[in-house]
Design a protein around this ligand. Structure first.
Ligand code: FAD
Length: 500
């Protein structure tokens, strides 16, 4: 029997460090020691407030009560993302966390929609998405588990204050036995015989050893990139944005806390608007090759809808990832693995997946190369598919401006080209294993950017047009009925998750 891991050090205490600590503490035997080292002097990146629905599975897995979480992190509900000006100037569409009507006799609703649409029915596809309709009405109510209900086929995520989430997780972890040190890691010491990490020297001279090291040191990637020298794979040629200005503003006037993130395209990037209970997060993500930092800041400040609460903060980043995510006895999680711009709020989901995958393939003290390589393959696949999902937003556009023209004409990955072609020909949506997004998400992006299938699934011809039309009308009316009945988002929060 291989010797088990007895002690783990997590280097870094941002969202990645504390989420990993919570996941490991929940699933590993209590006698496995977990030590988290973070430096309050260095601090955390301070952004990262929008999520996708899988965050709920994570919270559930580690035993976090949803209402306590919402209260502690000033969270709001998120039904999806509204895209303004993406595709072309003046365009508006919604990426909902939910379906456009499931299937009928094995036929996807979007195929039925296309058949009706080609026959002259101009009802927008969005009319069949309960999540979209609720979001546009500024309302929120959790889904109904009964598949016959029009309130069934959607999901939700959260917007939250990342600093408060890390604090909340820290308390949760410390109560369950995770030890924490506030110190700066001054040196990473490697073993002579095999180059594994042996220990970390802290700036006060203490030395901490462990069997397994988790690198959550953010963009610094102190262990994986720094000490172990795993190279960075640069993807800026696919996703050229490389900077963000971020600034919080005063909270939106109730009941106008919208249950969605807004992404507005600008001349050389895009602006996020993330409503929290106590304030609104804003940022302008841009390509420094296409606009100056000052002009990007001016764009952000001119497009705020409330007074700023702080000075704007500039964050520089490079799109891409470390060539390997697990090297020797070190696994990186979070920004230490790399970064894809926050357009689809995927980074926290990467953290969650990395932590859960590590548990699925958890090693003994002597690292099994098969487990390590499988871990690297799964994470690589995740990165590839999320990259392609984000590229789809850029390459399917007809906006003016140098950045947008570049993205519309740039060579794209073969797998994405294949996916686009399948959709263009017959509305076929290809989802790969380890993709973070399901079919409706891809449809919303294709459709929102104006991509239409040339033909629909011929199986739709076996059902009379009138039957399909009546079916879709029932769905649409069912959605209108329930959306009229559910409460406004702010009212729902006040009633179901009141402050203590
Ligand atoms: P950090 O927050 O940088 O934490 C690093 C930790 O390492 C800190 O505790 C630091 O003190 C510690 N550390 C570093 N060096 C040392 C040392 N020498 N000694 C001791 N400790 C050290 N993600 C989303 O999911 N949704 C979003 O909406 C979103 N928006 C984003 C917007 C922007 C502009 C950017 C850049 C990122 C965004 N992200 C978003 C990503 C998200 O912010 C991160 O994935 C998340 O915060 C995790 O960061 P981290 O913990 O890996 O790194």
């Amino acid at each position: 029997m291989a010797e088990p891991i007895r002690k783990i050090i997590i280097a870094g205490g941002g969202t990645a460090g504390w989420m990993t600590a919570a996941a490991l503490r929940t699933s590993l035997a209590q006698d496995v020691e977990i030590l988290l080292i973070e430096s309050e002097d260095i601090g955390t990146i301070g952004v990262g407030e929008a999520t996708i629905p899988t965050i709920r599975l994570f919270n559930e897995h580690v035993g976090i009560d949803e209402r306590s979480f919402i209260r502690a992190t000033e969270a709001t509900f998120k039904l999806g993302i509204e895209f303004q000006g993406w595709g072309h100037e003046g365009n508006r569409y919604f990426h909902p966390f939910g379906d456009y009507g499931g299937t009928h006799e094995g036929l996807a609703a979007h195929q039925i929609w296309r058949r009706l649409n080609l026959a002259g029915d101009h009802t927008p596809l969005e009319a069949y998405s309960v999540g979209t309709q609720m979001a546009y009405a500024g309302k929120f109510f959790p889904p109904n588990p009964d598949p016959r209900s029009p309130m069934h086929d959607y999901s939700y995520a959260f917007h939250f204050d990342a600093g408060l989430y890390a604090r909340f997780l820290r308390q949760h972890c410390e109560q369950r036995g995770v030890r924490r040190l506030n110190a700066k890691i001054a040196n990473v010491n490697l073993r002579g015989e095999d180059g594994y990490i042996d220990s970390l020297t802290l700036d006060d001279g203490r030395v901490e050893t462990a069997d397994l090291f988790i690198d959550c040191t953010g963009f610094r990637a102190l262990l994986l990139g720094g000490a172990l020298g795993v190279p960075f794979v640069d993807w800026s040629h696919y996703l050229p944005v490389d900077r963000a200005w971020a600034v919080p503003t005063a909270k939106a006037a109730s009941p106008a806390i919208m249950p969605f993130t807004r992404s507005t395209a600008h001349e050389a990037g895009w602006q996020w608007r993330i409503p929290l209970q106590h304030r609104t997060g804003n940022g302008h993500v841009f390509s420094s090759s296409h606009i100056s930092e000052q002009a990007a800041l001016d764009t952000l400040m001119q497009n705020l809808d409330a007074p700023p609460l702080k000075d704007p903060m500039l964050i520089r980043f490079k799109t891409g990832h470390r060539q390997r995510f697990w090297e020797k006895n070190c696994v990186a999680v979070g920004l230490a693995t790399g970064f894809l711009e926050p357009l689809e709020s995927t980074s926290i989901n990467f953290i969650q997946n990395a932590a859960i995958r590590l548990l699925e393939l958890f090693p003994a003290k002597e690292i099994d190369p098969y487990l390590r390589d499988e871990y690297n393959l799964r994470n690589q696949a995740s990165y590839d598919y999320v990259r392609d999902f984000i590229i789809a937003h850029y390459c399917l556009n007809s906006r003016e401006g140098e950045l947008w023209r570049h993205c519309a004409n740039m060579p794209i990955p073969d797998d994405l080209q294949w996916k686009l072609e399948l959709y263009r020909r017959r509305g076929e949506v290809l989802i790969r294993k380890f993709d973070h997004f399901h079919e409706p998400s891809w449809i919303s992006i294709y459709h929102g950017h104006g991509l239409r299938a040339a033909a629909y699934d011929p199986l739709a011809d076996r059902i009379p047009l009138e039957t399909l039309s009546a079916l879709m009308q029932r769905r649409r009316e069912g959605i209108q009925r329930v959306v009229a009945q559910v409460p406004f988002h702010a009212e729902f929060i006040a009633k179901h998750c009141p402050s203590e």
